[in-house]
Write a protein of this length. Structure first.
Length: 234
């Protein structure tokens, strides 16, 4: 399980070849996933520029109609360092860390005649969490609004359910716990949680908040136990 705590897009300069003025490329770092970047073309290239060299080992996308997506990483001299195909089924790709990255591009293409759009993107170095204990529980949050009359008429304003996972962890080294605690408590924005990096079809990467931060901490014979609840947001 990995969590991308530090999305490099939040402190980068963003541009696109064919951005719709009403849906600018800066929407990619809006808190709301549904605050879309839209292109005026069926394909577009988003460019991410950094002021200093970065290391990158993953890319996540969310809420897009793209049929293909490709990540390219460049040095300060615009030398191509790596080309990675983003899996459209999972909207994610992970790879051995590439260092010295000053620019990155995400090439998106939809199926004609649709105009390509994207809700958010994330780049960076994902943190490897300890494996959750076997008793972790997948679930969902239903925010649909329903009303019912005294005579039994029922009306619901249906909203798509949001995924949530109740995860329990343990580590033996207190320094590991403190590191995770510091990362979780420093989070100010939604993060990408990649529950099964090697088998993403089991549970897709999730644009989420860490609901309530770390909870249920306990210590038992030098084993430090705690819980974390990633909850999907849009």
């Amino acid at each position: 399980m990995k969590i991308l705590f530090d999305n490099l897009l939040w402190n980068a300069t963003l541009s696109a070849l064919h951005a719709d003025a009403g849906y600018p490329v800066t929407n990619l770092r809006h808190f709301f996933l549904k605050k879309l970047f839209k292109s005026t073309a069926v394909s577009d290239t988003v460019t991410i520029s950094f002021t200093v060299d970065k290391s990158i080992d993953c890319c996540y996308l969310a809420l897009t109609n793209a049929a293909t997506a490709t990540l390219k990483l460049y040095s300060a001299a615009m030398a191509l360092l790596a080309t990675k195909t983003i899996d459209i089924a999972t909207l994610a790709v992970s790879f051995a860390a590439v260092s010295g990255v000053r620019y990155a591009t995400i090439e998106l293409a939809a199926t004609s005649p649709a105009l390509v759009y994207l809700g958010t993107a994330a780049l960076g170095v994902a943190y490897t969490m300890p494996d959750p204990r076997h008793d972790w529980k997948p679930g969902s949050v239903d925010n649909s609004v329903a009303s019912e009359s005294a005579d039994g008429q029922y009306l619901v304003n249906k909203a798509s359910a949001l995924r949530a996972y109740d995860l329990n962890f343990f580590v033996q080294d207190f320094a590991d716990y403190l590191e995770i605690f510091a990362l979780v408590t420093a989070v100010e924005r939604p993060v990408f949680v990649d529950l099964f990096e090697g088998a993403r079809a089991t549970a897709l990467p999730m644009y989420s908040i860490l609901d309530g931060g770390i909870t249920n901490y306990s210590k038992d014979h030098n084993v430090h136990r705690f819980s974390l609840r990633p909850r999907e947001v849009r």
